[in-house]
Design a protein around this ligand. Structure first.
Ligand SMILES: C[S@@+](CC[C@H](N)C(=O)[O-])C[C@H]1O[C@@H](n2cnc3c(N)ncnc32)[C@H](O)[C@@H]1O
Ligand code: SF4
Length: 385
């Protein structure tokens, strides 16, 4: 079996526009006055044809509209892309099609049309369930709008996920327990719970550097918040399957599993990444970040930057980084077949002794303690080749 087949094949579509830029966010998102939806639609359709010419025989398991704010896409743009992808590849019977949405009322008003166009799952960027924190996070919606959007989403789609950001300014353990219990009582099948990361180059990053972003949790409180997250989600039956992702068993995001299982995915749109196996060589693909530059290139026949060939070591390193994020961990035989070398047994044993990883048959998993220090775990394993 080809290596990518273990992880499957998905299509990622990046929509780079948002209504406003959130102060913490370093995703490739831009605020513009007017978007020519027809022009953008045609560029995506052209890109799907180009990628499908190179990869004609794949079975498509998932499509993910990410952003930016894909719920600013006209429903016709979304349905045309889905139709083109369905026409380009053989699709899995249970093809998962996710769209990231913001909780504004305009967006929620489009849910029915997205569903009619083929979307099977939405992931809502709720971020917080109280107005004060939403304001501090620079969000345009309030808590009631988030609840209303979730309600409409649950009535429209069988599968609904939402994102919360925790470890926010002045958030203590009690407040997070309350908020997360509240979130869990909404009854979705999937939650993405991210600790606030201060990214350089964002408004929060600048404020932090000037000492003006006060009230962030220290390491101990962050660890407590993380533990509370695991406890509450586990008791509610939403099991962690990746560092920040929790799902009812069977409701995991199939698309994200393609990344973490190190499968192949085509990435189209500004700043989209991809991993493609062609004639037994594996490539990393990238596209221009600037929306105008990408549009121009896609219209001229190829939206990609030159591809980078991944060496066996690159691939093995990426597999380790991705795979250890999940509770299923990595297959050490697959690692060896990619890199041509085994993982260094002394490093593995050292991490086992520290209770950061566990070995079972040919698999290596992060232990609960290991998830909190995953970068250290990977660094310890990486220099070994
Ligand atoms: C690309 S955003 C897409 C969702 C949508 N645009 C929205 O914001 O509602 C994906 C998610 O990443 C999370 N995120 C973005 N920046 C973050 C940061 N600095 N720290 C923690 N989580 C972050 C947010 O929860 C966000 O919903
Ligand atoms: S968090 Fe979402 S809405 Fe905010 S700027 Fe980033 S992508 Fe846009």
């Amino acid at each position: 079996m080809n290596n990518w087949q273990v992880g499957g094949f998905g299509l990622y579509v990046h929509w780079p526009f948002c209504e406003a830029k959130c102060p913490y966010c370093d995703f490739n998102s831009h605020v513009v006055g007017r978007i020519d939806q027809t022009r953008w639609k045609n560029a995506y359709l052209k890109e799907i044809k180009r990628v499908a010419r190179e990869l004609p025989d794949r079975v498509l398991g998932s499509i993910f509209f990410g952003g930016g704010t894909p719920s600013l896409m006209a429903p016709d743009t979304v349905s045309s892309i889905i139709e083109a992808a369905r026409g380009a590849w053989t699709c899995a019977n249970d093809l998962e099609i996710t769209l990231e949405a913001n909780p504004g009322s305009v967006e929620a008003g489009r849910f029915a049309a997205y569903r009619a166009g083929g979307v099977t799952r939405v992931s809502l960027g709720v971020q917080a369930l109280n107005d004060e924190d939403l304001r501090r996070l620079g969000r345009l919606h309030n808590a009631q709008e988030a609840r209303d959007a979730l309600d409409i989403a649950q009535k429209t789609f069988e599968r609904v996920s939402f994102d919360l950001i925790y470890a926010r300014q002045d958030q203590n353990a009690d407040a997070w327990s309350q908020e997360l219990s509240d979130a869990l009582s909404i009854g979705v099948d999937h939650l993405s719970l991210y600790q606030l990361t201060i990214e350089q180059g964002t408004a929060f990053g600048d404020r932090y550097n000037r000492g003006k972003l006060r009230g962030l949790p220290d390491e101990d409180l962050s660890a407590d918040l993380y533990d509370i997250t695991q406890e509450l989600c586990t008791s509610a039956g939403l099991l962690r399957y990746e560092v920040s992702n929790h799902a009812r068993p069977g409701s995991e995001s199939r698309h994200n599993l393609v990344y973490w299982r190190y499968g192949d995915y085509a990435g189209i749109g500004p700043g989209a990444h991809g991993r493609l196996t062609l004639a037994s060589s594996r490539f990393a693909t990238e596209t221009p970040l600037a929306p105008g530059a990408w549009l121009h290139r896609a219209e001229n026949g190829n939206g990609e930057d030159p591809r980078r060939l991944l060496t066996p070591q690159d691939q093995a390193g990426e597999y380790l980084l991705m795979g250890l994020r999940t509770v299923e961990g990595i297959d050490m035989d697959r690692y060896q077949s990619m890199s041509g070398r085994q993982l260094d047994s002394e490093s593995v044993q050292h991490l086992v002794d520290l209770d950061l990883v566990r070995k079972h048959d040919q698999r290596l998993f992060a232990r609960p303690k290991g998830f909190s220090v995953l970068n250290q775990v990977v660094t310890e394993l990486l220099p070994s080749y």
